[in-house]
Design a protein around this ligand. Structure first.
Ligand code: MF3
Ligand code: CO
Length: 250
């Protein structure tokens, strides 16, 4: 499948999906607290998505069972919400949500501290990961390459002493959740596919406090760090336009 560029009208529709994702995440993050289960977050998200007249993008995608991915602490991505997983003081939780509205997808993620007692070095992990997302977004310019995005993310993360995950990457997005091209969070400037007007990219740095290696748990979904160190994830959908990068999941 080739890379699909979107018209201004299509980008406008993706802005609607993106806004819904953002509103769901903004709501769900207010519920995060010690004692709340990741299934509580799932139920709240599903209700909001329905209220907005959208459909969840993840549920049923390759048999994924939920509308959110909730990845706690050393879980990197694709954690499955569970009644048994109550959030605790000092935890961090990544919340990833995708929706589809009128055939167009939106996808975004945030990582939030569960309580005030989250250690300063973990707060720094969250800050650096979110900053690296914006460094990547700044490179989403016509004529740049996919490698410019990845290199900008990687340089920012590694300068802070953290590491970027290699096995999971960002992606094009549009009338499908995952389109070409893949958007790694590492790379070399000037390398990879050229960015063109109308491309929409889901840029999503996954950053480990320790080493970059990952493995997938027996549930076949939850990706965790091999060294047990905590991991953060932030994601936006971004359109490449003549006016520069436009964040659709604001
Ligand atoms: N935001 C993630 C991604 O782009 C979430 C996908 S979870 C899945 O891959 F269940 F839908 F696969
Ligand atoms: Co994504």
């Amino acid at each position: 499948m080739a890379i699909v560029c979107k018209s201004a009208a299509e980008i406008e529709r993706m802005r609607h999906s993106g806004r819904i994702v953002r509103q769901v995440l903004d709501h769900v993050r207010t519920l995060v607290a010690p004692g709340v289960t990741t299934m509580d977050l799932e139920r709240a998200a599903e209700k909001k998505i329905t209220e907005f007249g959208a459909k969840p993008a993840f549920k049923g995608y390759y048999d994924y069972p939920c509308v959110l991915c909730t990845s706690v602490n050393e879980e990197i991505v694709h954690g499955i919400p569970s009644e048994k997983r109550a959030l605790k003081d000092g935890d961090i939780v990544s919340i990833d949500c995708g929706v589809v509205l009128d055939g167009y997808y939106g996808d975004a993620a945030i990582t939030v501290p569960v309580s005030e007692s989250v250690k300063p070095e973990l707060r720094k992990l969250l800050t650096v990961t979110e900053e690296s997302l914006y460094r990547g977004i700044d490179q989403a310019l016509i004529g740049n390459s996919v490698g410019d995005v990845g290199a900008a993310v990687q340089e920012h993360v590694e300068a802070a002493g953290f590491s970027v995950v290699r096995e999971f990457v960002g992606h094009g997005i549009g009338t499908r959740l995952h389109e070409e091209p893949q958007i790694p969070n590492f790379g070399a400037r000037g390398h990879g596919a050229k960015l063109r007007e109308g491309m929409v990219l889901a840029i999503e740095p996954m950053v480990n406090y320790g080493k970059p290696e990952t493995r997938v748990l027996g549930d076949k979904w939850t990706a965790v760090t091999v060294d047990g160190s905590f991991s953060a994830h932030f994601e936006h959908c971004v359109a490449v336009t003549k006016d520069g990068p436009v964040i659709l999941t604001k």
